[in-house]
Design a protein around this ligand. Structure first.
Ligand code: P6P
Length: 338
């Protein structure tokens, strides 16, 4: 008897994927479900941020030197909690923590994966009700099973990711994750408290009409980038435009929109921040993995993001990501004068 299930929950989907690989241990599926549980708990708090005293600064400064919002801490602790008490994760790296955390218990030391995450990206937007998000990246550890994970487990290039994903807390709450087999999106159904498959096999359109960049930094960008931005503004129907500029200061929301509808997101280096602002390990690598699996591209302006060898946990990189043909056109400007 075939069971007709029009709407698959995340649990059912991951188990369905697992059944296709009888030799799989189920650790990755379990890890993805653990992340979903933490996301559901965070979603409850995000949705009532204006109603309870969880809003506003926690009065502390994080390793990035930024005011830490109480939700940042709550979100960080939720992810650490589910991962530490699961069966799949040996340790974590987080935007909110100075160094990586080794769980160092018998089950964790025998777990195959380590996870990097930004628990609540765009948290500066919490107080003004703009969409925010969680970003995560999963690696198979390179240190021997049965021992505590080590720093090298967290400093692998992005092309070694096993899975990556994000949760966007917006008009609805969506959980999007990629493995090498594809990108799938799940929308939270509050009625049953489950993420349900709503966007199977997401593909990034090869072309788009949206460019996302902080124009306030325009005169701090390299001249080749300024030239490309001017080209975006001059696009006509005849040249694949007109383009629209959309930038809401929350990367998860900006990149999600461009992934779904086509577009390009840019956070270039500036004269103030030549190395860029965004973090390689837990912001750029996960999105680069997701967008590449969906057919798009991601670079630092010169190198493929996924090929950059990390040197430390919180390193920054210039970041360009989006529709393949838009990225290819951007490259023609970035290569000038090289
Ligand atoms: P700016 C949020 O703080 C964030 O890390 C990303 O989510 C966002 O895209 C970017 O910074 C916005 O930075 O300098 O343009 O305000």
């Amino acid at each position: 008897m075939t069971v007709n299930r029009k709407i698959l929950t995340l649990d059912e989907f991951t188990l369905q994927q697992l059944r296709q690989f009888p030799s799989a241990t189920g650790e990755l599926s379990s890890l993805l479900r653990d992340i979903a549980l933490a996301a559901k708990r965070i979603n409850v708090e995000v949705n009532k941020a204006g109603l309870v005293d969880i809003l506003g600064d926690a009065g502390t400064i994080n390793v990035q030197g930024e005011d830490v919002k109480k939700l940042d801490i709550y979100a960080n602790n939720q992810f650490m909690g589910v991962l530490q008490h699961g069966i799949s994760c040996a340790g974590i790296g987080s935007e909110e923590l100075d160094d990586f955390v080794v769980f160092d218990d018998e089950v964790s030391n025998n777990s195959k994966y380590v996870v990097q995450f930004d628990p609540l990206d765009g948290s500066g937007n919490i107080d003004v009700n703009i969409s925010i998000g969680t970003i995560f990246s999963v690696y198979r550890r390179i240190s021997p099973l049965g021992t505590p994970c080590v720093k090298e487990d967290f400093l692998q290039a992005g092309n070694r990711q096993v899975a990556a994903g994000y949760i966007i807390y917006g008009s609805s709450t969506m959980y999007v994750y990629a493995t090498k087999r594809g990108v799938n999106g799940f929308t939270l159904d509050p009625a049953i408290g489950e993420f349900c498959l709503s966007h199977p096999d997401i593909k990034c359109p090869p072309d788009g009409k949206v460019y996302s960049v902080n124009h306030g930094n325009f005169f701090q960008y390299h001249e080749n980038i300024r030239e490309y931005i001017n080209v975006c503004q001059k696009k006509t129907k005849e040249t694949g435009g007109p383009y629209t500029q959309r930038y809401i200061g929350s990367m998860v929301a900006d990149v999600h929109r461009n992934l779904m509808k086509g577009g390009i997101f840019m956070y270039p280096g500036t004269t103030d921040k030549p190395g860029g602002k965004l973090r390689l390990l837990y912001e750029c690598n996960p999105f680069a993995f997701i967008v590449e699996v969906a057919g798009g591209r991601a670079t630092d302006g010169t190198r493929r993001i996924l090929d950059i060898p990390p040197t430390h946990l919180h390193e920054r990189t210039p970041f360009f990501i989006g529709s393949k043909n838009m990225m290819d056109e951007l490259d023609t400007y970035l290569e000038k004068g090289k």
